[in-house]
Design a protein. Structure first.
Length: 292
């Protein structure tokens, strides 16, 4: 990489949008020089600027916690990467809300909508979240979601319509959880209302809790990932593949904890664990999907 970077090169290097970089230039916040009508950015000075920013982080910065959705591969990666990031799985929408309030360092999300492109649902949610004008979305994996059912699938469930038709007892996730948003989207596509279902109560906090409910016989089915089904020894009825992403503020992207995690996501050990759990495509892991 050259020592003097152009605007687009500097934006790529800093993981910022060009619009955001121009804002920093206008405010005199980033080292640069205008030569023959073009802004140039000394790479060495950019490195010092980033390091200085990390050194002067306020004491009341967001705690080292990943909020949002639960995922077995993410839980394992947080531990094995040495990131020292804790986990607070409460659901995708709750994680985004905590991120906007500065209560977590990052949020793991898998959003679903009744209509529109499911591949952009996470990015759209971040773009419309209040106070997240400086967010970056990092791909963690593509995951397979489906119905967890008892071994042998005794009710011969095939989709959400069959769940409603057979009045199968379904374990739900809390409002705002990604799996619950997926359920609502699938009901909408099938022309059904939530009243068509036969839910058990109370809602299950995480995917593994769905697995426990089905394995114990308290529920006939519930939506979770193939990895959860495999771990729980349950059968799995595939419904969809989804994007599972990490969201954080741009200023936190270069922090050592996050970089440890992102680096680990590109290792062979991470890919092997994903294959072992099942239901993951990690070829996208670590890719920057969106910069606000």
């Amino acid at each position: 990489m050259p020592e003097l970077l152009t605007t687009d090169e500097a934006a790529t290097y800093l993981r910022l949008s060009e619009r955001k970089l121009y804002e920093l230039v206008a405010n005199g916040a980033v080292p640069c020089s205008k030569i023959t009508g073009r802004w140039l950015f000394p790479k060495t000075e950019l490195d010092r600027w980033v390091i200085a920013g990390l050194a002067t982080r306020p004491a009341n910065s967001a705690p080292p916690i990943v909020g949002g959705s639960h995922d077995p591969l993410l839980e394992w990666a947080l531990r094995e990467s040495g990131s020292e990031l804790a986990s607070l799985p409460e659901g995708s929408e709750a994680g985004l809300q905590r991120l906007t309030r500065g209560e977590v360092m990052a949020a793991a999300i898998h959003m679903h909508r009744a209509s529109g492109d499911p591949q952009t649902a996470n990015i759209d949610a971040v773009a419309h979240a209040p106070s997240l004008h400086d967010a970056v979305v990092i791909a963690f994996a593509r995951r397979e979601q489906g119905l967890l059912v008892a071994p042998g699938n005794p009710l011969a469930l095939a989709d959400i319509s069959s769940v409603a038709k057979r009045r199968a007892r379904i374990a739900l996730r809390p409002t705002g959880a990604g799996a619950q948003l997926l359920l609502l989207a699938l009901l909408n596509q099938a022309g059904l209302s939530p009243d068509a279902l036969n839910p058990i109560k109370p809602p299950c906090p995480t995917g593994p809790d769905i697995g426990h409910a089905v394995r114990s016989g308290r529920a006939d089915c519930g939506i979770a990932t193939r990895a959860v089904a495999n771990t729980a020894g349950l059968d799995f009825v595939p419904l969809s593949w989804e994007r599972f992403d990490l969201v954080l503020r741009q200023r936190d992207y270069f922090l050592p904890r996050q970089q440890n995690l992102f680096g680990f996501m590109r290792t062979g050990a991470f890919s092997e664990r994903a294959a072992e759990l099942g239901g993951y495509d990690v070829t996208v892991a670590g890719q920057i999907r969106h910069v606000s």
